[in-house]
Write a protein that binds this ligand. Sequence first.
Ligand code: SF4
Length: 357
Amino acid sequence: MSQLQGLTHFRRKTRNVMVGSVGIGSNFPISIQSMTNTDTRNVQATVNQIIALTDAGCEIIRLAVPDQEAAEALKKIIPQSPIPVVADIHFDYRLALAAISSGVSKVRINPGNIGSEARIAEVVAAAKYSNVPIRIGVNGGSLEKEILQKYGGVTGQGIVESAMTHIAMLEAHQFENTIVALKSSDIRLTYEAYNILAKECDYPFHIGLTEAGTVFRGTIKSSMAMGALLLNGYGDTMRISLTGDPINEIKVGKEILKSLDLRDFGIKFVSCPTCGRCQLNLEKIANALEGKLEGVNKNITVAVMGCAVNGPGEAKEADIGIAGGKDSALLFKKGEIVGKYSEEEIVDVLYEEIMKL
Ligand code: SF4
């Protein structure tokens, strides 16, 4: 076993929290979630987006609940949602109460931001009664003034201190059905904060890099941050934040977990960058094959390689693969050469053979 495989199998031991039918914690697979960007009050548009996200592989969906109308709309949305619905609430405890009575499976709210002890007690009582977990989400961009002063700005230790304060408020009411997120748009800060918090508690971690950016830059930043955390064994549910269509968040999240061998989400692709030795249009072949296989849910590795230098090695390691030659390619299956095909026919041949596996 390689060192990397050894690392990926390590997972921080946590308590387990149920979000509707989805378990969050070290006894369960790392789940993928996203957030709708429709107006929650527009029931039809929100339900349509939840269904599209579910079809793409989303397992938990969070909705912004900015007012009572949105909290009421949840009553119509939740019965039509195939996956557990989470209410995202800032400051207003009445919205948390309304969302819980509308049937949400989790509430994201920071107890330190909702005011008096009596209000915290009321939200906790409702959450306990309905068996709804609370997700504390500390954001580096909105740390309490006293913490900023104490640490001279945003630091990992400061983010953790804020989280521990919120956790203590819930624990004071004997509430431990909690998930914690520490978010920042800074990779190092995020990494540092989770590492510190991991030593302080055993609540499951919701991980993500907030405000990561547009699809290209956000994917790179998120992948670095999530990769570092996941290889350390941290992360029980993950939301990738990208500006634009949230379907991209699911695609990226699945690819991250698949790349680290933490979840099976269909085919793993290996393809070479090509170089002066390549004598066929490998880019066209790789793209055409990836497109044809989108949505095919087989737990296999496919290698598309340009020449005889590294091609046979990678193709043999994979379940199926090709090593390019002049306008043609050798086809490998389970480590054996099974034929030679022209550039024109290779995509169809690969597809047919993959579907037989
Ligand atoms: Fe170049 Fe061959 Fe390596 Fe592809 S497999 S990068 S074509 S040497």
